[in-house]
Design a protein around this ligand. Sequence first.
Ligand code: ATP
Ligand code: MG
Length: 423
Amino acid sequence: MAETLKSVRGMNDLLPPESAKWHYFENRCRELFSRYGYQEVRTPILESTELFSRGIGEATDIVEKEMFTFPDKSERSMTMRPEGTASCVRAYIQHSMHRKEPVTRWFYSGPMFRYERMQTGRYRQFYQIGVEAYGVAEATVEAEQIAMLHELYSSVGITNLEVLINSVGNSEDRGRYRDALVGYITPFKDELCGDCQRRLETNPLRILDCKVKTCKARMNDAPSILNSLGEESTKHFGEAQSALTSMGVPFTVDARMVRGLDYYTGTVFEIVASTKSLGTQSTIVAGGRYDGLVESLGGPSVPAVGFALGVERAILSLTGDSEEYRSAPDVFIVAHGEGTSPIKLALGAELRGAGLYVELEHRVTSMKSQFKRADKLGSHFVVVIGEAEVESGVVKLKNMQQRSEEEVRLAEVQRVLSERCGE
Ligand code: ATP
Ligand code: MG
């Protein structure tokens, strides 16, 4: 026997009925984001490596150890995108969006790739849906994005969540904070994990983001970044908070949250869900302001803010069985006997043409097994066509919920069903 092949470690197949749950969630995002004026952008999965090393930052976990990078046939270094923001910024610059409109609002949806240690809610190919707004320096825009997320999760029934916000300030503020942090850490630096000892030299703020328990514990008493913010950053962060309050969105200020990517400036935020199925991977959304990124990637100086949500983690937080998200057939056509097949096919075509979801059996099987399948699929109606029905031109129409039955002329079936299913 031939050896069976398996998918690559950390990369999952998505099968029905689970995919119905995904459609439900993705459709909610599309519908909601467009009501806030965000339009979809699609960028390639493969980009030149330089985009991410310059965009995300050389000294980040993603660029240091998580990227799927390989040379193409011309020995150019290519990377499977690990996140969406750098690609969006590249596209924003490449298509001179700032000349076309003062404010650009985009969303994207698709797979991202990171070579990570796998756990529940942490994969090597995972899906993100993200939002980016360019051209608005005012803090109300990040607050509105958070409010939009709050609406999204409430509307799909994920309510046990917490919005965490913080400010990482501008580069001057961060310079001050960096000094304060290094001063705090240096006395016990030998107790930190190897990664953090290195981070102390390259990027001390990343230490606050370390997942290692001992490092985490050591950082509990670290100085607060909020004490290092200058007047301008403090004012901006205050405005973000008032805007959230105006929109009725509850939030918590978490001064330890610095986010794992280098490009953030000013407001950063996370949404954390307390769902058991997520295990320790409880962050379902992460985002913030990155006013310097467009310019640092060769574009004009344009402020920007955005977030990315993890689709797998959102799906894990959804209660309810996948089957509940699958739509049931409006009608199942049960047919058996001489001469019934052409009538079944013609009726199926007519009903589908009228916009109904129609199931029928192609294999030659008994009426009983067809009824069983109709039932299993949760069909609302069943049309029964047997030899007698072919003869009379009148078929049986069963309402499966009410367990009632009536006789309907074949020519009337579409009209009757369209009426009933439209109710
Ligand atoms: P984490 O701290 O969990 O590693 P992160 O800071 O690396 O997250 P971002 O890069 O900001 O996360 O991504 C935003 C969201 O995408 C995360 O909050 C999470 O929901 C999701 N996400 C990130 N990495 C993965 C992964 N490997 N598998 C599944 N979802 C992920
Ligand atoms: Mg990560």
